[in-house]
Design a protein around this ligand. Structure first.
Ligand SMILES: [Zn+2]
Length: 277
């Protein structure tokens, strides 16, 4: 298993010229001189220093490659004599739902589905089900996508022709900052809250980039921005800017109230987007 078989992922950003024996950086607008020879280490260093985004892509690819290699190295489960034959209530639906729950709710990695121990449990069940379902990282991922799309359909129906309040709730964990895109609406006299998306805020995320994220999310759920009538956030200036931009585009008047009473302990901005109903 030599590492020469698959090229180092760093080479998606460099081109090696055999004639001049030099490697050229392909990142847009990079003005650096070509590098001598074809050294993955040297060009990787360049990425790390000057192109953080591309460097992170390469780092993730390397990590994945290592994981795949480790998975391959794991010994196959030993054939063991089974002492007991049992009858259990199980069908292909329940088995798939359990696997989806492990990943989507409990946060286990998809590769758990090919974990040797997991296969010791799953394979006999699959045999009992006469292989009417396939369990693999791919089939479980597909099922999660399908279920998410079903849920989106239900939510789209809920949002139809309703006035919507959007809430952008920020949270900080260690050095990472995420913002939840939530919406509120009134149904049968009760306030309903739905989470649409959770987005990690990169350090340099501008109001404009955030606006795009909110727009795309709204679009995904069939929320027409005309139906937005207020936005609430406890987050920073970039989130505020995103909402102002959104409202401006709808030619709605924006009124920003900074209200410390609304949420105890945190500063909350209430942005009323005044629309004609
Ligand atoms: Zn470069």
């Amino acid at each position: 298993m030599s590492s020469e078989k698959t090229p180092h992922p760093v080479w998606q950003y460099f081109r090696y010229d055999r004639e001049t024996d030099k490697s050229h950086c392909l990142v847009l607008n990079c003005l650096t001189k070509p590098f001598e020879k074809r050294h993955s280490g040297n060009v990787l260093q360049h990425l790390e220093r000057y192109h953080k985004e591309q460097f992170n892509v390469v780092k993730a690819a390397l990590l994945k490659r290592k994981q795949d290699q480790d998975d391959k190295k794991a010994p196959p489960p030993k054939k063991r004599k089974v002492e007991q034959i049992i009858n259990v209530k199980m069908d292909s639906r329940l088995l798939m739902d359990a696997c989806v729950s492990l990943v989507a709710i409990s946060g286990m990695p998809l590769r758990l589905m090919r974990d040797p121990g997991m296969r010791m449990i799953i394979n006999p069940i699959l045999k009992g089900l006469k292989n009417s379902v396939a369990i693999s990282p791919k089939t479980v991922a597909d099922e999660i996508k399908r279920k998410a799309e079903d849920l989106r359909k239900v939510l789209r129906k809920e949002f139809e022709n309703r006035l919507i309040c959007i809430k952008l709730d920020g949270a900080k964990r260690l050095s990472r900052s995420v913002v939840g895109i939530n919406v509120q609406f009134i149904e049968n006299g009760k306030v309903q809250l739905r989470n649409l998306a959770t987005v990690e805020l990169k350090e340099r995320q501008t109001g404009l980039a955030l606006k795009k994220i909110v727009e795309n999310t709204a679009d995904e759920f069939g929320i027409r921005l005309r139906n937005l009538y207020s936005a609430t956030t406890d987050n920073g200036a970039n989130v505020l800017l995103a909402i102002r931009l959104l409202a401006a585009e709808q030619e709605q008047t924006v009124e920003v109230l900074t209200d410390d009473d609304v949420v105890a302990g945190g500063k909350t901005f209430i942005i009323n987007i005044l629309i004609d109903i």
